[in-house]
Ligand binder design. Structure first.
Ligand code: SF4
Length: 227
């Protein structure tokens, strides 16, 4: 009889090997479905908002892969969607950690309590946190899912943790349409002094549902020039 999948049912994608996701490391990537935000520029919108349309990846396959390849992988990335919004994500990370590999979790930083718990329980080694832009642009950047106040509150808590555990965090932003050089400087200024914000260029998603690109009103709110 197969083991029940439980939290593994959220696993809707698996990449055997990546040489660029975690700089300097050969990792595999586990993709978890579901997200608490609605960023109009989302690259993983199907995974984030419609995970039921994607098949569950057999957890036995992933565990067997980790068992066989743990010797030559340098780590595991757990990404989304948004891993920290999944009830029971700690259980999944615990099972991954049993293979003896370091774990990086990608997060939008809006659940600092969960980040704190996962760090405290040593279920994740590193968090890659998205800083989407100036706090004032969070409502437009997240599809109105996050207010300016909530963005500031949550990210400031993340930055506090990073200041005391600098090896456990890195920060990045994707320069989506509408973000300016000035916005990048503002986002960088939020970080504790020893951190550098890694800027990723935005590549429009290949398959574009109507909400995958910012509409003109959203672009205006972000500050883009709408012609
Ligand atoms: S936080 Fe990431 S996964 Fe979630 S909607 Fe925004 S871009 Fe997509």
């Amino acid at each position: 009889m197969n083991e029940p999948a439980g939290v593994w049912e959220y696993v809707r994608g698996f990449e055997n090997l990546s040489l660029c996701d975690w700089p300097g490391r050969a990792t595999c990537i586990i993709f978890l479905g579901g997200c608490n935000l609605r960023c109009p520029t989302c690259h993983n919108h199907q995974l984030a908002w419609d995970m039921q349309s994607l098949p569950v990846i057999d957890h036995a396959h992933i565990k067997s892969y980790l068992r066989d390849r743990a010797g030559w992988l340098d780590g595991v990335t757990v990404t989304g969607g948004e891993p920290t919004q999944i009830h029971g994500v700690g259980e999944l990370l615990y099972e991954i950690k049993r293979f003896g590999l370091p774990v990086k979790v990608d997060t939008n930083g809006m659940r600092p309590d969960i980040v704190k718990d996962l760090l405290h329980c040593k279920l994740a080694d590193v968090f890659a946190v998205d800083v989407k832009g100036p706090y004032g642009k969070y409502p437009a950047l997240t599809g109105q899912a996050v207010s300016e106040i909530a963005a500031r509150h949550n990210l400031e808590r993340i930055f506090e943790m990073a200041a005391s555990l600098p090896d456990a965090f890195y920060f990045r932003t994707t320069r989506v349409p509408g973000l300016t050089d000035g916005d990048m400087e503002i986002a960088q200024s939020y970080l504790p002094p020893e951190f550098e914000l890694k800027i990723q260029q935005y590549v429009p998603p290949r398959r574009t549902p109507e909400h995958a690109q910012p509409d003109n009103e959203t672009r205006r709110q972000i500050g883009d020039v709408v012609i």
